[in-house]
Design a protein around this ligand. Structure first.
Ligand code: F3S
Length: 398
């Protein structure tokens, strides 16, 4: 990969040891993927923040990198941590876990990363724009910015995103190039997608059956909104390795270019029902966990409107970012949810927090991503219901 004189100098240590390490990593990745050069990024988003998922090795790597003088050069956000950074005692997170989690976040803050602790950085005020080049790591967020905003990022690993944050650049390959953003399969959905769970099921189905294809999705009558589109991408990124989809007449690149595909397949309701069945187990959960990806303000409003109808008979836990949390607080949504017996947790989620250690073994959720990882990582049993159905279940107690 070609390096400018400045980039060569950074590699030789002109900006210190940490920058040299970061540059070395980017050069290695660039060489592997045949990138011609580095390009500037407008933001970076770093994953691998939870102590539950990265353990002592990850903690040591991040602290060591900070000690070596790593400092970010672009707007950098971080993925959810393993706990609510303020109210972790209420979550009954073990003291030792909490201390290590605090060390991870504070090392990243020392580098200049913003402690956003969210997988929905596209809902923050610093939302990327069409055509921006980014280095983002959270797979569901990569899906959203590439597909719905039309920004450009590969599915970075946590260390690569951190290296890009420090250098302010990323190797030019993959989804940064126009020619790699063309759809490679047509998906005609012959079923009306009504809610976020339907979209999540469709995403999971596409990722599982066509894991490396960029789909051009054609929907019949469907309820397209931000919440459903974030569910679609999160589901796809769970079972597939792609980081981009298009929806005919909807997503920005479809409005700019006419795409055609050779291979076309049809998806029917039965395909979605099969996914739902495969990710649901026989059980009667006491806990309803919502917010994978983190709830948007629209979801908070919806939940709060249900909450005012009466107290929940089951335990409802809502996961969101500290940004959305503070808007929801100002608008009174938080109080309504709390008054109905629900809990709203910031900075973390049901997957990356140690919920299995605090006695949660069965969960209702509306996310295929949460269902998959709760089962795979924490051996928690799950039942999939749409948000509306899940809250009804919480209100009725069955
Ligand atoms: Fe976000 Fe956790 Fe789901 S990081 S996408 S809420 S698994």
């Amino acid at each position: 990969m070609y390096l400018s004189k400045d980039e060569e100098a950074i590699l030789e240590g002109s900006r210190g040891e940490a920058a040299a390490i970061a540059m070395k990593l980017l050069v290695t990745i660039g060489d592997i993927f045949d990138a011609q050069r580095l390009i500037p990024v407008t933001s970076a988003q770093v994953s691998g923040i939870s102590y539950k998922t990265i353990g002592d090795e990850g903690l040591e790597f991040i602290e060591e990198f900070a000690r070596k003088g790593a400092a970010v050069n672009v707007h950098t956000t971080i993925n959810p941590a393993g706990m609510d950074m303020e109210n972790w005692r209420e979550m009954r997170v073990p003291e030792d876990f909490a201390q290590k989690q605090e060390r991870i976040v504070s090392a990243l803050q020392k580098m200049g990363a913003k402690p956003t602790c969210t997988c929905t950085p596209y809902l923050l005020p610093e939302r990327p724009k069409f055509g921006d080049h980014l280095a983002w790591a959270e797979s569901s967020a990569v899906m959203y910015v590439n597909s719905i905003i039309g920004a450009r990022t590969n599915r970075e690993g946590g260390p690569a995103a951190l290296a890009s944050a420090v250098i302010g650049k990323t190797p030019l390959y993959g989804y940064h190039l126009e020619e790699n953003r063309t759809p490679t399969i047509g998906i005609h959905v012959k079923s009306n997608l009504e809610n976020e769970l339907d979209f999540s099921l469709l995403g999971y189905y596409i990722g599982k059956n066509f894991p490396d294809k960029i789909p051009l999705i054609e929907l019949e009558k469907s309820n397209l909104n931000e919440v459903n589109l974030k569910a679609l991408g999160a589901g796809m990124a769970t079972s597939g390795i792609q980081g981009l989809y298009h929806i005919k007449d909807v997503t920005p690149e479809c409005k700019q270019r006419v795409f055609d595909v050779c291979e076309r397949i049809i998806v029917e309701r039965s395909n979605l029902s099969d996914v739902k069945e495969s990710l649901s187990e026989q059980c009667s959960p006491e806990f309803i966990c919502i917010g994978c990806p983190h709830c948007s303000i629209d979801e908070m409003e919806y939940i709060s409107n249900i909450a005012v109808k009466g107290r929940f008979k089951k335990r409802v836990i809502i996961y969101t970012s500290r940004h959305v949390w503070s808007i929801a607080k100002k608008r009174g949504y938080l109080d309504r949810i709390i008054n109905a017996g629900g809990r709203v947790v910031r900075d973390t989620c049901m997957v990356v927090s140690p919920i299995e250690k605090v006695g949660i073994g069965e969960v209702v959720t509306n996310s295929t991503k949460a269902a998959y990882y709760l089962s795979a990582l924490s051996r928690v049993k799950t039942v999939l219901k749409s948000l509306g159905e899940a809250l009804e279940y919480a209100r009725n107690g069955n």
